[in-house]
Design a protein around this ligand. Structure first.
Ligand code: ZN
Length: 212
């Protein structure tokens, strides 16, 4: 539980965050062992550059998609993966990421929306960021070092996820994906050009979907 200041800034409401830490290892293993790894879409593929559709059916097909996403995330050695990164136009992302205390978080969020942070919580961190859909490239990008994302779990229950440090960056990065934005869209023109050059000079270490 944590205290959250609402939009008026005066009333406080309690937010119950999900426990995405307990049995993280076993849960991640179960997902990926049920799933099949799929190739990763890369910058330029239209599915990455438009807002995905809302998840409305919380069924076996969604569960199977999430299994495949965990399998794909593991193959590509990612800490987060959005559905459009395996070519699926649906608002769901998965994560397997450490927070600023070195604690591992594993979970999936449908229809994510980030909380607007009160000014006092907006402490920017300018660590390096990369993306499986921009293989072999990294750039510094300032983002808040704390994030809360709200959405639904795979059964359609409302959930809230809280992240610090690198995990906060991950929650923001994956939510961006589902609205059609890559981290390179947040870079200066010069940094973006440099990142695309890094990508062009390298070879992905995992299967990718070739662009036409
Ligand atoms: Zn990404």
């Amino acid at each position: 539980m944590a205290q959250q200041i609402d939009q008026d800034g005066d009333q406080q409401v309690d937010t119950e965050f999900i426990d995405d830490v307990t049995d993280a290892d076993a849960r991640e293993k179960a997902y990926r062992e049920r799933g099949t790894s799929r190739p990763i879409t890369v910058v330029g593929n239209p599915v990455l550059h438009k807002e995905c559709k809302n998840v409305t059916e919380f069924d076996d097909e969604l569960a199977k998609l999430v299994d495949d996403m965990f399998a794909s995330q593991r193959t590509a050695e990612g800490v987060g993966l959005a559905a459009n990164q395996i070519g699926v136009d649906l608002k769901v992302f998965v994560y397997d990421c450490m927070d600023d205390q070195g604690v591992r978080h594993v979970g999936a969020v449908c229809n994510p929306v980030l909380d607007e942070l009160p000014a006092a919580r907006r402490v920017l961190d300018d660590s390096n960021e990369g993306c499986l859909s921009v293989p072999g490239a990294y750039a510094e990008l300032a983002r808040p070092d704390y994030a809360v994302v709200r959405g639904q779990d795979l059964k359609g229950n409302d959930i809230a996820v809280e992240g610090t440090g690198y995990f906060a960056r991950c929650l923001q990065h994956e939510t961006d994906h589902l609205y059609g934005y890559l981290y390179i869209d947040r870079l200066s023109k010069r940094d973006r050009k440099d990142v695309l050059k890094q990508m062009a000079e390298g070879t992905p270490r995992y299967p990718v979907v070739a662009n036409d």
